[in-house]
Design a protein around this ligand. Structure first.
Ligand code: PBG
Length: 326
């Protein structure tokens, strides 16, 4: 049937009906809130380029996480900024590493909160690259060793999930093997599978103090022009044992999220990264866009594209809107 019998506007006149036929519904369960942990006590450094986000010492992180939990958001992704860095990121593997301390404190203070630990070397190395440098290059196979050690140490501290973001080849397999060998076969791996070399990470690198001191990440992160390659990356991670695969960033890569969701029967996560967050906040601050409205539209688009899990700095603000608290 065509017009005039078919009138698509018929389903749009009434608000109740519009709600009933809404295809994509966000919920606080979809969100993961990223957080930055620093050493010290009573530290709450505002990250200028990411309004409302802070580098937090463990005591402050606990307070923040209680508020996050109260908003209905049930999962956080932890990044650490250690007091000292080294050549190969070994500080990330220490029993008393900054994230390890945070995990132990949170498990005790906010037991219902699901703790995802980011695994990467860039916040822990003096040079800011995601692995061990040999002959001027981030050496793939040497880096696998530290990544797996870091993962086991985080699992030992009580992390509920391990999320490697380094983009070395073979890291999911190596991490899975070492987790299993150490008795952590119940801990899932969420792999940053299709992670692009993106300008959208700018504010994060300020927040995590992880900008590379020389060169860039183009020899390990993906070229933004490629999507067939994303499928190959995701496929490898699934073969190696990833439980959840991720596309990152989200907004400029909705087509990649869509392809990954359609090609594999896997839970897909999307990372709505720092630059995406900051752009929205900056435009809203200038009064050029309606911030909360655009935020909900963006998060809905990411879910509509196929993401099951959305990692976003908007998590609490969006959950408050969804739960009628704002
Ligand atoms: C570290 C890492 C980065 C992000 C998450 N993990 C930055 C990078 O690769 O330089 C970016 C997150 C964001 O921008 O919000 N490997």
């Amino acid at each position: 049937m065509a017009f005039p019998v078919t009138r698509l506007r018929r389903l749009r006149y009434n608000g109740v009906l519009r709600q009933m036929v809404t295809e994509t519904k966000l919920s606080a369960d979809d969100f993961v809130m990223p957080l930055f942990v620093v050493s010290g006590t009573n530290v709450r450094n505002h990250i200028n380029s990411m309004p409302g986000n802070y580098q937090l010492s463990v005591d402050q992180l606990v307070i923040e996480c209680k508020n996050i939990y109260a908003s209905g958001v049930r999962a956080v992704l932890l990044f650490g900024i250690p007091p000292v860095k080294d050549e190969d990121g070994s500080v990330a593997c220490e029993h008393n590493g900054i994230v390890q301390q945070a995990i132990r404190a949170l498990k005790e203070a906010v037991p219902g909160l699901y703790l995802i630990a980011d695994v990467c070397n860039c916040e822990y190395t003096t040079h800011g690259h995601c692995g061990t440098i040999i002959d001027g290059d981030v050496d793939n196979d040497a880096t696998l060793i530290t990544l797996a050690r870091q993962s086991v140490s985080l699992a030992e501290a009580g992390a509920d999930m391990i999320a490697p973001s380094d983009m070395m080849d073979g890291r999911v397999g190596e991490i899975r093997t070492q987790l299993d060998a150490n008795g952590y076969n119940k801990i899932p791996i969420m792999a940053y599978s299709a992670k692009y070399a993106s300008g959208f990470y700018g504010p994060f690198r300020e927040a995590a103090e992880s900008a590379p001191k020389f060169g860039n990440r183009a020899t390990y992160q993906m070229n933004p022009a490629n999507s067939n390659e994303a499928i190959r990356e995701v496929e490898q991670d699934i073969i190696e044992g990833a439980d959840i695969v991720m596309v990152k960033p989200a907004l400029s890569y909705l087509d990649v999220i869509y392809r990954v969701k359609n090609e594999f029967n896997m839970p897909v996560a999307a990372y709505n990264v720092s630059g995406e967050f900051s752009m929205l906040k900056a435009a809203a601050e200038k009064g050029w866009i309606d911030g909360p409205r655009v935020m909900m539209e963006i998060l809905t688009s990411i879910k509509r594209a196929g993401a099951d899990i959305i990692i976003t700095y908007h998590a609490v603000e969006a959950a408050n809107i969804l739960n009628g608290k704002q």
